[in-house]
Structure formats: structure tokens, C-alpha cells
Design a protein around this ligand. Sequence first.
Ligand code: ADP
Ligand code: ZN
Ligand code: ZN
Length: 690
Amino acid sequence: MRFARVIVDVPIEQPLDYALGDCDPASLVPGTPVLVPFKRSDQVGIAVGLAADSALPPDKIRPLIAPILIAAPLGERWLKLTRFAADYYHCAWGEVALPALPPMLRRRPVARLAQRVEKMRAAPVGVATADAVGSGADGAGPAVPVLRDEQQAAVDAIAAAAGYARFLLFGVTGSGKTEVYLHAIAATLAADPAAQALLLVPEINLTPQLEALVRARFPGEAVASLHSGLNDGERNAAWLAAHEGRARIVIGTRLAVFASLPRLRLVVVDEEHDPSFKAGQGVHYSARDLALKLAQLAEAPVVLGSATPSLETWAAAQAGRYALLRLTGRGGAARSEVELPRVEMIDLKRHPAEHGLADPLRAALRSTIERGEQALVFLNRRGYAPVIACDACGWLSNCPRCSAFASFHKGERQLRCHHCGWQARVPAACPTCGNQDLSAVGHGTQRIEETLQLALPGARIRRIDRDNTQRRHAAREMLDAMHAGDIDVLVGTQMIAKGHDFRRVALVGVLNADAQLLAGDFRAPERLFATLLQVVGRAGRSGQPARVLLQTRHPGHPLYAALARHDFPRFARDQLAERRAMRLPPFVHAALLTATSRDMSDAVGLLQVAQGLGQALMDGGAAGAVKLYDAVPMPLERLAGEHRAQLLVEAARRSDLHAFLVRWLAALRREVASQKLRPRWNLEVDPIAI
Ligand code: ADP
Ligand code: ZN
Ligand code: ZN
């Protein structure tokens, strides 16, 4: 063997060939990180094979520098998973594999790496930090609840799965899904002393809570957590513990799907519908979808859990491809003992909102506080108002860099674009006509907070959104204060909706859900239903009856009707019927080619070239049944100064789509290079928005 094939983090499809030089081929088993020269610098790559010869001319082949032998090579399954992801998302293997390595392996290795690794091995992993343990009311009472029958049945089904099996664990918030995961993990670890379990969760700010719970329930186990809130040292240590099998439980956000877990025996994806499982930058992979592939490669069961499964998952469960495990009770109680909150509509046409609040909601808030109970007010829009306007000339506070408004943030006296981060002082007068009477239009959380203060004098009102939780621990302090009963009304964005178990909340007000109801994206209703059901689930969790009041101009909308009945299956049935009729996923398989440029015509131009290439493939009979749409500007046409256009491709069969994409992208890469087209382009398979 004279050559090593090496993948590096560059968009070149094939592995690169390097001469072995002085390296011992025995030290280069597939999966070994290696240092190689690339262009004018050295880069870390991964050896994926050895070869007796190379198709490259000898003068093009450079010797590799050295293998990085600090840990066992990456396993075959890990190589297969990253390879699969690269093929599926149509990018280079190295573009998936290298970013998944811990920082210590990704950068040019520094001196004494081996000693540092020795230290990591000696240090205990997964010792609960004071931080994590102190979090919230859920923090880890080690008492293990006795499972209800339906929970036990779910655990038994998962534990009985021999090899790869897919489960959807479906149950409302509080129905005890987390308990099922914990028991399934316990059963997995008990069955095999080396087994590892992976628990994927959507949000970093929820991992500490869950982590504390897991650590408390598995006091003898090393638990590694992998998420973007870790510093390099923490990430290195957690990665290594997982890779070496010392950590038997790994909790992480989407990037953890690429952790190296040699003895993986169970995969759990909590809140599987959550959009944060889809990577928004770089390779647009879906960690949820890859978790299924991972489980298949590991011949292990995979559990997707949700109160509002993605419609793709729900359709698969309905078709019998995933086993459906249903939880119908709540906490320790069976269904008949459970009272779900009553959801009522406030018709804004009959009760017009004043400063954002309709009378019936005001009255309900007042009486809730008088009874000494707590309320949540949910509004998915931060800032004071989404736009300010000049009544004299019609000027609106547009972001100069995006095709969107800049929001008014009153306390900071700023205009801020929530898309690109642009900010500026609020002008004292209209920039166009000099009029000093500018008005705030619409309501954000800051403005509702103000309204509530006026409407509920003396009440303790707090707000929680991204603007006032930048400081470390700020969010947790606020949530702790809510748990402790030091807040009467908490107003906020999604941040109040996720995972927090507020036991004394008797009323939830929902404002401006209509905005999303009418949004153009095909997934908007699914998202809205998920968010609202989660918000609704915040109320009355310790048994007292709770009310949810939703302000709307469309009180009869089927989505709200299904919400009022807590009826996800009905909602999903309606939505899937609509998707089928409109030929939308999951009834077609789609990919979205996007191009960005300073100039819209360049962006569209590149896509038109792509369209021509695609058409030629189809005319030549080289493509199966795919459909190419026209290039159009994206819904948010301009972002941070860049114009953006998109081209949709779809096919009834996934294999047709992929076969087409392989040829099409190869042709496009050639054309872009030969014509020197400047716009950047990107392909997203299974696009999240169309
Ligand atoms: P989910 O993950 O579906 O939101 P959890 O598993 O977090 O639900 O359960 C919600 C609450 O009910 C938790 O406080 C949990 O400890 C409790 N709980 C779950 N199952 C039981 C049970 N069988 N008996 C008693 N309490 C339970
Ligand atoms: Zn004006
Ligand atoms: Zn902007």
C-alpha cells in the first residue's frame, strides 16, 4: 500500500490521495485522524482507506504528515453514518465528518495533546455541576415513580425490540414520556454492561434540567452531554468519554447524532418535531432523520417522542412503519382522572383588543391574581412593536439590509432587525418628512408587559424573551422566580412554552397566534399547533382546572377547534389531507436549491442556469420523474444585504430525486466553475420551508 485516501473538510466529492511517505500503513486504519498538507496549509483529515495506486499523476501527490494517534480510530459505523449523511445531503463526506470531531482533533494538533487526553481520561466525566443540579423545581428527586400500565407497556415494547425498531412515543406534555425514556435507558444499560444510550434533545437551555434528572437517576453512570453551550475542554472530554465507552449515557443537541458511540444500543429523540433538529447552516442535516439511520446501523431501537409529532413521523406511524406507543394519562394519573385545561377563543371582532389585550382576558387575569394564582401570557414576538410608522408620509422602519421591518425596542430606544441583527437608534423624527410623530404599530412582548402593568396595578409582572435573557442564568432565575411564586404574570415568547413545569399556573393567555395561522409556509400550521399545545400544556399541571384564553379573529378555524379538543390526531389528519391534495411533503420528496448574491438577477441567473441543466437531463431521459419549478425570489428576499432566490425540485419517489440530484449537481458544479458564476449556492434536501 502506497497511498492513503483521506477526507478533509472541503467541498471535494472524492477522498484525496496522499502518499504514505514514512508512515506505517498499520497506523492508518480507516477512521484514523491524520494531518495532511492541503493547499498552502496543514489540515486535519480522516483516513478512510489505503490503496495500492492512485489515478492522480505522481507529481500531484503529496505525502501525508502524520496520523494523530491519541484515541482509537473512529468506528466503521461512524464512518458509515457520516458517509450516508454526505450522500443524502449531497455534500462531500469530509464536510459532514470533520465538523463532527471535537475541537482538539479538528484544529491542527497542538503540542502535548496526548498528555491532555491522558488527563481527560483520568478525570471523572459527567459529575453533575452545581449549576445543573440547582435548576428548577424538577431538579432530581431520586424517587423513581411507579410507571402506569401504558408507560410500562411502552418500556416493555422498546426493551423487547431485538435490533432496529422504530417507535413513536406519543403523549401530551406531562404524560410521562421522559419517564419512559429513563426506564428504557435503565433497561438497556442493565441488559448489557457496556451498552450506551443516546438521548437527543432540541434545546440547549433545557439540557441542564434534563441532565440533572438523568444524573440523579443514574448515580453510578458517567453521563456525557454534548451541546453548543460547552467550552472546548468540556466538549473534548465529553466526546472522548463517549468515544471510549466510559460515558454510557450521552445527552445532546443535534450535533450529538454524530458522536462516536461504539456500543450504542438505544436512541431516543425527545420532542422529535422540534425544528432545531434541522441544521440551519452548513450541511442542512436533520438530526432526527439521521438518528433513525444511526439506529439502523447500530441495530438498535429508536424512540421518537412528542406531543405533536412532525407530520412526516405521524404519517409513518399511521402507515405502520413506526410502532405507535400512546400515553393518554398525565403524571401518575390515568386519563379519567386528568383534567386538561379548557381552551376558549376570544373573538376579537366582538371584543376588540385594547393595547393588545381584549376585555375578557383582562378580567380573567385580574381574577386569577386576586385568587393568588399565576398566569402566563404568550406572544411570539419580542420587542415593543414590530414596526414604527410615520402617519404623515407613510414611512416605515424597514431594515436597510433585509426585506423586513426593524422592530422597535423601547427600553433601549433602538430599532432592531430580528433577521440580521442590524440595529440603530430610533430616529427622533421621520427620516423622510421630518414629522416628529412616529407611532409604534402592533405589539411585542415589551409592549404587552407595559399594558399588563397598567391593567393590573400592583401585580408582579415579568417578561422573558431573548432580549432580557442574554446574561448567563438570566432565564433560569426568571423561571425559578416563577416556580417560587414570586411572579404573578409571566409574559414571554416561546421561551415560556418549552419544558417548564409551572404547577401553579391557572390561566394562559395567547396573543396574536393568528399571525402564524396565516403565514405562507406550508409548515406554519404544524408549528403553530405544536407551540400552542405546548403553551396550553403549561397550565394546570398539578391537577387544578386551568383555562386557556386565545385571542383571535378566526375563532372557528379548524386548527383552533382541534386545539380546544387537545386533538392532535384530528389536526394531523386534516393537515395530511391538505398536504396530499397540494402535493407537499411527506407526499412528495423535495430539495431546494438556493442562491445568494448582492444582486437578485445574479442569484436568479444562477438558478436559471441550473434549471436549464436540469431540463436537459430530463429531456435526455437521464432523470426519473422529477419536477423542476421556476427560480423565484425567496419569501425573505433580501437578508443582511444579500438577495436570495430559490428553485424547488420534487419527486414522488425519493430514489428518483436523489438520482437526479447527483447528476444535476455535478453538472451545476462544472457549469459554475466554467462560467465563473459568482453567487453562492446551497442545496437543502427535505427543506424545512418552501
Ligand atoms: P413528559 O416527558 O411527557 O412531559 P414527564 O415524564 O416529564 O412527562 O412526566 C411529567 C411529570 O409527571 C413529572 O414530574 C414526572 O415525574 C411525573 N410522572 C411521570 N410518570 C409518572 C408516574 N407513573 N407516576 C407518578 N408520577 C409520574
Ligand atoms: Zn414621514
Ligand atoms: Zn435585517
